[in-house]
Design a protein around this ligand. Structure first.
Ligand code: NAD
Length: 335
């Protein structure tokens, strides 16, 4: 059985679907700080079974001990994290307590239970606004805000922990820009506040639920002048997390690879304008938008070097722009 922290969140809930399809049972832990309980109904609709859910905080050591005592947990996917950059700047202590102390509490509970298999949902924010256009995992880490710094700190802590005991196997997955939703339309991103997910913003602007989309900058040195990023379908990310967990469960990894860090992206750049045009093409709706000046510090273009994930996990993204746009719009129609 797998423990999914942040289980009702965007990435973990879609991973729960992938685990169910692979026949891997899981228990979801979430304090519902940034996701609604209705996610559980969506999961039940897709999998045909009510998910096993515990509402609680990953910083609650006694609760974690009780979960490890009650369920035969073999590995953990750690996705419980606060991720809003602005909120992190305003409340750094909250972010470090939640993201860093939360991870330390989890690791200590895992050690007490003798469970030493962990997949951590890390983030491409660890790279800052890089000058390199195609980023290998060895690229410099330049976290620019408390949220990103918390990810770097957690990766470093995991490195130390993995080195401390021969049984530890840890994979940190640096996720690039997840978009889209489950193709059923029953599950998608449902944050408590405003989202920064460009495709969700596009869908909400198109549905008249927010002002027109602002496109920041049209004079970048990219083919159409707008910023280029590595967007990836959330179901591709979910499959990546599943493969990572399966690998850790079977792992006889060499001691030098007790903690591996892998980028999960498509390895292909998509510009804001390309995403907008694809959305219009695949949904048949016009996206209301306006042009705005460049945002300070935004890099023109950066994408993941995904060769390590291909080599070590046998994973690569399969879904393209059409699926990203259609699934995001289908989910928007239900939201
Ligand atoms: N969505 C993105 O754009 C993106 C991109 C790259 C990396 N990531 C990373 O992947 C991870 C998951 O992201 P997501 O998009 O699914 O975010 P999300 O906010 O949808 O999910 C995180 C979940 O964790 C829960 N949570 C937060 N603190 C908790 C705590 N102390 N105890 C229990 N539950 C807690 C929240 O309620 C939420 O349901 C995060 O670490 C995030 O930084 C996300």
């Amino acid at each position: 059985m797998i423990l999914l922290t942040g289980g009702t969140g965007f990435i973990s809930s879609h991973t729960a679907v992938a685990l169910a399809e692979a026949g891997l049972p899981c228990v979801l832990l979430d304090n519902l700080a940034n996701s609604p309980e209705s996610t559980l109904q969506g999961l039940a609709r897709i999998t045909g079974q009510a998910p096993l859910f515990v509402q609680g905080d990953v910083r609650d050591a006694a609760l974690l001990d009780s979960l490890f005592a009650r369920y035969p947990i073999q590995a953990v996917l750690h996705g419980a994290s606060l991720k809003a950059v602005g909120e992190g700047l305003a409340q750094p202590a909250l972010y470090h307590d939640n993201n860093v102390s939360g991870t330390v509490t989890l690791i200590r509970a895992m050690e007490r239970a003798g469970v030493r298999r962990l997949v951590f949902s890390s983030s491409s924010t660890v790279y800052g606004n890089p000058t390199l256009q195609c980023l290998p995992e060895s690229a410099p880490l330049v976290p620019l805000n408390p949220e990103a710094r918390s990810k770097v700190m957690v990766e470093q802590i995991l490195h130390d922990v993995a080195a401390s005991h021969p049984d530890w196997r840890v994979l940190s997955l640096r996720c690039f820009n997840p978009v889209g939703a489950h193709p059923s339309g029953a599950l998608g991103e449902a944050p408590r506040g405003q989202t920064l997910n460009l495709l969700t913003v596009m869908a909400q602007a198109t549905a008249g639920q927010r002002p027109p989309l602002s496109i920041f900058g049209n004079d970048y040195p990219t083919p159409d002048g707008t910023g280029v990023r590595d967007y990836i379908h959330v179901m591709d990310l979910a499959r990546g997390h599943l493969l990572a967990l399966q690998q850790l469960l079977q792992a006889a990894a060499p001691p030098d690879a007790r903690h591996r860090v892998l980028n999960l992206g498509r390895g292909q750049g998509i510009s804001v304008l390309q995403l907008l045009q694809a959305f219009e093409q695949h949904t048949g709706y016009r996206v209301p938008h306006q042009w705005a000046p460049r945002r300070e510090g935004d890099a023109a273009c950066w994408v993941a070097d995904v060769s390590a994930a291909r080599q070590h996990l046998g994973w690569q993204a399969e879904l393209g722009l059409a699926e990203m746009c259609r699934d995001a719009w289908r989910w928007q129609g239900r939201a």
